[in-house]
Write a protein that binds this ligand. Structure first.
Ligand code: PGA
Length: 236
């Protein structure tokens, strides 16, 4: 199975969902691709039409089950809206909302109890010699005390590549994703799908998704345009 996930971040309005759904043409012949879009949570209940065409995801979930946590959204609430997957620990959440690996571990567990596929996001802030240690500690801490057979996808997104138009070299993407796969295997005992994210568009997606250690893509900005998202799918 390969994956193509979009992340709208805090973009779009209620009408954008309908417009997207209308302009989104389901591509034939891509049955082996898990196609999904992570919407702003407030709109997840308005995505029934879009859900007939793609899997629907949330961009965050509370680590808590329920209670006095004003403003939080629980995994049960996401499940009530039929949410299929959830991004966990996107770099913007780590950076602006101080999410720690320990809390991401709880968030992953929260999604698993409701059969929501967790998509753990990891990535280094600067491309230097500390990269390996950072990726290792992000993976080991977020995945501690989890069973090997859990459904899980990991998205490797170098923070410096997100929304900047800069991407690592193709060789670097391959070697880092291979490394991420081996750290996951050492941590859980099994391999899990690894996606690449950061400034992906239809003009660079073909060579990235063709890489041996890349099982798919997580796309931010370029997923806001349904035609561009489909163009990326066509490069699979
Ligand atoms: P980008 O974002 O594709 O706009 O770089 C990727 C992401 O944040 O997941």
């Amino acid at each position: 199975m390969r994956y193509l996930l979009g992340n709208w971040k805090m973009n779009g309005q209620i009408d954008s969902i309908k417009a997207y759904e209308k302009n989104f043409k389901v591509c034939k012949g891509y049955d082996e691709v898990y196609l999904g879009i992570a919407l702003p949570s407030i709109y997840l209940g308005n995505a029934n039409g879009l859900k007939k065409k793609v899997f629907i995801g949330a961009q965050n979930v509370s680590e808590y089950e329920k209670g006095a946590y004003t403003g939080e959204i629980s995994s049960q609430m996401l499940a009530d809206l039929d949410v299929d997957f959830c991004l966990i620990g996107h770099s913007e959440r780590r950076m602006y909302f101080n999410e720690s690996d320990e809390s991401l571990n709880k968030k992953i567990k929260a999604t698993l109890t409701k059969n929501i596929l967790p998509v753990l996001c990891i990535g280094e802030r600067i491309d230097d010699e500390t990269k390996l240690a950072i990726l290792k500690s992000q993976i080991q801490n977020a995945l501690s005390n989890l069973e090997p057979n859990i459904p899980l996808v990991v998205a490797y997104e170098p923070v410096w590549a997100i929304g900047t138009g800069k991407i690592p070299t193709i060789e670097d993407i391959e070697s880092t994703c291979a490394l991420v796969k081996s750290i996951i295997k050492d941590t859980l005992g099994v391999e899990k799908p690894v996606l690449y994210g950061g400034s992906v568009k239809s003009s660079n997606s073909a060579e990235i998704v063709a890489l041996k250690s890349v099982d798919g893509l997580l796309v931010g900005g370029a997923s806001l345009d349904p035609q561009e998202f489909i163009n990326i799918l066509k490069t699979y």
